[in-house]
Design a protein around this ligand. Structure first.
Ligand code: ADP
Ligand code: MG
Ligand code: MG
Length: 213
C-alpha cells in the first residue's frame, strides 16, 4: 500500500510540475503587479526539483512520507523566495503525517493539511487577511474538515476543499497586502489576486484531479 501511495505522490508531483511550468509566465505577471515578478519561476523550479528528488526516493522503495519529505527539502532548497521556503515546509509537514502501511483517508489529508498550515504560519507569521497563500490554505483546511465531518471519501473531500481554495484565492484580489514583498506597493495590488494564493489553489485543484479521479 505504501509503495502504491508513494507512486501516486510522484504522479501528483509530476502533474504539478507540468502545470506550474505551463503557468510560469502567468504567475510571474501576477507577481509583477506589486511584487518582484519571480513567483512563476520559483514555483516552476521548486516543483521540478521536488519531482527530481521524489522519483529516485520512490523507486528505491521509500514510503509516501519519506518521498514527500525529500520533495519538500528540494523544493525549499531550489525554488528560492518566500513561497519556496513555505512550500518546502508545508510539504514536509504534510508528508510527515501520511501513513505508510494503509490507504490514505480523507481524515489523513485533513491532518496533513492542518500540519502544513501550522508550519506555514509558524515560518511566515502571516495572519488571515494579509493577502498571502494562507488566505487560500485556511478555507481549504476548513472545507476538508467539513467534508470529513460529512463522511465524504478522499476524492470528494479534496475536490470540495480545492473548490473553496479557488474561490478564496479569487477573493484575495480585494485585499491589501500586509506582509511579504508586495507590501511596499500594497495599493497597486488591489484588484489583483495574490500570486501565492492563486498558485496554491491551482496546485490543490491539480492534486484533486490526480487523487480524486
Ligand atoms: P518572493 O516574495 O520572495 O519573491 P514569491 O514571489 O515566490 O516569493 O512568492 C510570493 C508569495 O508568497 C506571495 O504572493 C504570498 O502568497 C506568499 N507569501 C509571502 N510572504 C508570506 C508569508 N509571510 N506567509 C505566507 N505566505 C507568504
Ligand atoms: Mg516574488
Ligand atoms: Mg523574490
Amino acid at each position: 500500500v505504501g509503495q502504491d501511495t508513494a507512486r501516486l505522490v510522484v504522479a501528483g508531483l509530476r502533474s504539478l510540475s507540468e502545470l506550474l511550468h505551463e503557468s510560469e509566465d502567468e504567475l510571474g505577471r501576477l507577481d509583477a503587479v506589486a511584487g518582484d515578478g519571480d513567483h512563476g519561476r520559483g514555483m516552476s523550479r521548486g516543483s521540478g526539483a521536488a519531482l527530481e528528488a521524489a522519483e529516485p526516493a520512490a523507486a528505491a522503495g521509500a514510503g509516501p512520507a519519506a518521498v514527500l519529505m525529500a520533495a519538500g527539502d528540494e523544493w525549499a532548497a531550489k525554488a528560492g523566495g518566500t513561497s519556496g521556503a513555505l512550500w518546502g515546509a508545508g510539504l514536509r509537514s504534510f508528508g510527515d503525517l501520511l501513513p505508510d502501511d494503509r490507504e490514505v483517508t480523507a481524515a489523513d489529508l485533513l491532518a496533513g493539511s492542518r500540519a502544513a498550515l501550522e508550519a506555514v504560519q509558524r515560518l511566515g507569521r502571516a495572519e488571515p487577511g494579509d493577502k498571502t497563500l494562507v488566505d487560500a490554505l485556511i478555507p481549504f483546511v476548513d472545507e476538508l474538515a467539513a467534508a470529513v465531518g460529512d463522511g465524504a471519501g478522499t476524492g470528494e473531500a479534496i475536490r470540495r476543499a480545492a473548490r473553496e481554495a479557488t474561490a478564496a484565492a479569487e477573493r484575495t484580489a480585494e485585499l491589501t497586502p500586509r506582509t511579504g514583498r508586495a507590501r511596499p506597493l500594497a495599493e497597486r495590488s488591489v484588484g489583483t489576486p495574490d500570486p501565492g494564493a492563486t498558485s496554491l489553489a491551482m496546485a490543490l485543484n491539480r492534486a484533486a484531479e490526480v487523487l480524486g479521479g
